[in-house]
Design a protein around this ligand. Structure first.
Ligand code: COI
Length: 394
């Protein structure tokens, strides 16, 4: 029993120490503008994620002092020691969001509060420091404003915002880091897939898993992505664009490549829109949530989406390849699509599964009866042509 008060004492001194740690403070921002602005390339030449703007945001963190002074400075290399823990143990998390500029020059971000929340959840999962999401967002807006001439205005184009947080302890030991670095870079982008907005083909991956119960699939960690590259290569080697992650002996559909996924079944003269539930293995995507919200509001009559069939039910439930295959054969399958920030909505036209192709219906423009009106509404809200509380002015 003597041990208890000692533990409590050390806990209370720890929380006192933590209380003194600084959070991200936008008033400490230092801005160093580049002396050599780059030439902004034409949007038609952009390859997703290959071009970066003139500036970046960096914010250091130490276990002793908390978050240090933010800096917006010329885009360029980071200096890391070879012992930095991020290089050894993948102590890295990231986010993806998009900024748009309308014809009146108004710059907006789409639901960035959700990205800030998810980034904090991801940080917690791998023992990286948490931060005030509103303060980071204020700094991100300043960065975007400084580089706003880089925001492409062509339809289907935007400025991709990539906040990243890394553990930067200079030691070869697996532990919460005593130093970290948060940085934000900006990339003008067009469509994520090289074939533009055409439907993609998927390879149902049964040999590898993306996530497992108790694992990290529900968090946006760098470590979730590198193991997907080899399966993606296998899919490409067999002529498919992306892999479809199947889970367990039942081959539950989970995610498509780097996106959440939706299946649409014909049901009772209407449609059932299905996506796998957030069971700890699915990334809680902002686009996923937006699609679900739009469809649910429409179905309940809260907000009608032009062109979306009235008779639609929305389900977050498990769906197996057996169900999709049978539905494809019987005509019950209406469509299947991926949803993510980078790719927005990406229709699928076939799935390679256990040696045969499961065919998915697509409309003449590649989209289906549910994805087309939802895509139109979503893109309208993202670009600000359809007013909504989701579009946040920078
Ligand atoms: C996004 O959709 O923004 C992502 O983070 C996927 C990415 C791996 C390109």
């Amino acid at each position: 029993w003597r041990k208890v008060p000692i533990c409590l004492r050390s806990l209370s001194s720890l929380s006192k120490q933590q209380a003194k740690l600084a959070d991200i403070d936008p008033s400490r921002l230092e801005v160093i503008r580049t002396s050599k602005p780059k030439e902004i390339p034409p949007s038609s030449s952009l390859k997703f994620g290959h071009t970066f703007t003139d500036h970046m945001l960096t914010i250091p963190w130490t276990v002793e002092a908390g978050w240090g002074a933010p800096q917006i400075r010329p885009y360029g290399p980071l200096e890391l020691e070879p012992s930095s823990t991020v290089l050894h143990y993948a102590q890295t998390i990231f986010e993806g969001m998009k900024a748009y500029q309308d014809p009146n020059g108004r710059v907006t971000l789409f639901r960035p509060d959700m990205n800030m929340k998810r980034m904090n959840t991801s940080a917690h999962r791998i023992a990286l420091p948490n931060f005030d999401g509103d303060a980071l967002l204020e700094l991100i807006k300043k960065l975007i404003w400084i580089d706003k001439s880089w925001i492409p205005r062509e339809p289907g184009h935007s400025l991709y915002v990539r906040p990243t947080l890394i553990g930067n302890q200079r030691a070869i030991g697996v532990a919460p880091p005593n130093e970290a670095l948060l940085f934000v870079i900006l990339s003008p982008v067009g469509p994520y897939y090289p074939n533009g907005f055409k439907p993609v083909s998927l390879y149902g991956t049964t040999e590898y898993v993306r996530a497992s119960p108790g694992g990290t699939g529900a968090f946006k960690l760098g470590v979730n992505y590198a193991p997907g590259i080899l399966p993606q290569k296998h899919a490409a080697g067999q002529g498919y664009d992306q892999n479809l992650w199947l889970h367990g002996p039942e081959h539950y559909l989970t995610e498509v490549g780097t996106m959440n996924m939706f299946v649409v079944f014909n049901k009772d003269g209407g449609y059932e829109l299905v996506t796998p539930p957030l069971d700890g293995m699915i990334l809680p995507g902002v686009t996923r949530d937006s699609v679900l919200t739009l469809a649910r509001e429409h179905a309940s009559g809260v907000k009608t989406i032009p062109g979306l069939p009235k008779n639609i039910t929305v389900s977050e439930r498990p769906v197996t390849m057996k169900e999709v295959k049978e539905a494809s054969k019987s005509g019950r399958l209406a469509e299947l699509f991926g949803a993510g920030t980078a790719a927005v909505i990406s229709p699928v036209d076939k799935i390679g599964y256990l040696g045969e192709d499961v065919h998915i219906p697509t409309g003449s423009d590649g989209m289906g009866p549910i994805s087309r009106p939802i895509w139109t509404e979503l893109v309208g809200r993202q670009t600000g042509t359809i007013p909504s509380g989701w579009s946040i002015v920078v």
